[in-house]
Design a protein around this ligand. Structure first.
Ligand SMILES: [Zn+2]
Length: 479
């Protein structure tokens, strides 16, 4: 049984599949106009842990995650780069897939693209206009009339006055402030009439040439693949308003049924105690983390190590801590395997989505993850279990007991998506700058200029690397 906090009801609820066959989830996917950053990945990783946990629990999750491949940003950037929207978004989609694979994120069952579902979006707008939930402006854009949907604001619990202020102050970018003939400032765009800035990106609709507004695609694609009502909708907390509020309004106005039974929102990722932003230069990508000498698995460990409802603070130190924590788990598992005469590679056969009957010393770790996906507490409980286990190994563990513990750990590693012993297989990439500094230091040392050599060593260390000297040469390692 899995319990999880639901943003809509503000309660922790048991997850149950409404059709008794599969648990249907929709998660808002990436906008593909550049590499995804670690904040995006925190959300995708926690959704992945939830899905894996549901698999082990027997809920049979069925997951849809979209690709936003048309919006202001993708159009602007593809035009700046001088390539077609389709080639541009394809390039970034491929990088996203590669990053997901390295981070061990399971592929969704369906990954629909906005541009491949224009017809479904036009159909939704047609129904909204026919039923007076939407109106056509003089330029051919279509807007959702927020005042026509009395439940508007139910997810974020905003009253009408707050809504007005929120839309005016913070909703500008997402609500397309450039539109001038909205009847009310809270109304949001469903269809954007073609503008010169769109170049050749447009589709033909009953309201003229244009393209769908961003909010609409998730309603259209979730309904197409999961039906009018489904079990769980996920996304970063920043999507709660206005994106998810708008999704609810446009979907429920058409269907007259509840949209999603459960809303799963992930808190922000902070960097060095502050906000992440492009202008601060701290929007790290997986490549940036690898350039610092850490593997994708260490990043995965770090990004899932905090409870999803709490903001997580990312620092370089926390990456080091994640690396040593992961190494600690690996050490115990290695010792355990050695005890039954097995190699590291054989651990893989214990890693699967089957929940063992006997959870050995790790019962509490499973309880933690099943209760509001408390990954932080789950990892804490794993270390408590390992402490008992290490003592047991030291005293001599029987083969049957070792296998019980390996099965328990294997199912937990599956739930957390932690691929043990993956790091050694990945060659850590040392940045060119560090290689050059190390070579300069080696030359200084050889010519007995020890003070320059020491200064260079300090500089290398301040950048997160250390030099290990041998009599003939040296090696570079991440700190
Ligand atoms: Zn969405």
């Amino acid at each position: 049984m899995i319990h999880l906090y639901d943003t809509l009801s503000r309660t922790i609820k048991e997850l149950t599949s409404s059709d008794g066959k599969s648990f249907k989830c929709y998660c808002c996917g990436p906008t593909v106009y550049g590499p995804a950053h670690i904040g995006n990945f925190r959300t995708f990783l926690l959704q992945d842990v939830l899905r894996r946990t549901m698999e082990i629990d027997g809920l049979n999750p069925y997951s849809v995650r979209n690709i936003t491949d048309v919006d202001d940003k993708t159009i602007r950037q593809s035009r700046e780069d001088g390539i077609s929207l389709i080639n541009f978004t394809q390039k970034w989609t491929e990088l996203f897939h590669k990053d997901c694979e390295e981070l061990n994120i399971l592929q969704p069952n369906v990954e629909p693209k906005a541009t491949e579902h224009i017809e479904e979006q036009i159909n939704l707008i047609t129904q909204l206009v026919e039923n007076n939930y939407a109106y056509v402006a003089s330029d051919g854009s279509v807007y959702f009339k927020v005042s026509s949907f009395s439940d508007y604001g139910k997810l974020t619990k905003l009253d009408k006055r707050e809504l007005q202020t929120q839309t005016e102050t913070s909703g500008g970018a997402t609500n397309f402030s450039d539109e001038y003939d909205r009847e009310s400032v809270a109304d949001f765009v469903l269809w954007k009439s073609r503008k010169p800035d769109d170049g050749d990106v447009f589709w033909v609709s009953p309201w003229g040439e244009g393209r769908p507004g961003w909010h609409l695609e998730c309603s259209a694609m979730s309904m197409r693949y999961l039906g009018e009502t489904f079990d769980l909708h996920g996304g970063g907390i920043d999507l709660c308003f206005p994106h998810h509020e708008n999704e609810i309004a446009q979907s429920e106005a058409v269907s007259g049924k509840p949209f999603a039974h459960h809303w799963f929102h992930t808190a922000h990722l902070m960097v060095d105690g502050g906000k992440m932003s492009k202008s601060l230069g701290n929007l790290y990508t997986l490549e940036d983390i690898k350039d610092k000498g850490f593997s994708a698995m260490v990043l995965r460990y770090l990004l899932i190590s905090g409870h999803y409802r709490q903001p997580l603070n990312f620092t370089l130190d926390s990456l080091h801590a994640a690396k040593s924590a992961l190494n600690k788990i690996e050490k115990s598992v290695r010792d355990l395997l050695k005890n039954i005469g097995s190699k590291e590679s054989e651990f893989q056969k214990f890693v699967n989505s089957e929940r063992p009957k006997d959870l050995g010393f790790f019962e509490k770790a499973w309880e933690s993850i099943s209760h509001d996906l408390n990954t932080a507490s789950c990892l804490g409980q794993i270390f408590s279990g390992l402490k008992i286990l290490d003592a047991k190994i030291f005293a001599g563990i029987s083969e049957s007991d070792a296998i019980i513990q390996l099965k328990a750990l294997g199912s937990l590693m599956y739930a957390l998506g932690l691929n043990l012993f993956a790091e050694e297989k990945i060659k850590i990439r040392i940045p060119e700058e560090i290689k050059q500094l190390a070579e300069k230091r080696w030359q200084a040392k050889k010519s007995r200029d020890f003070s320059t050599a020491d200064t260079l060593r300090d500089e290398i260390q301040s950048k997160g690397w250390k030099i290990l000297d041998t009599s003939e040469s040296y090696t570079i390692e991440a700190l």
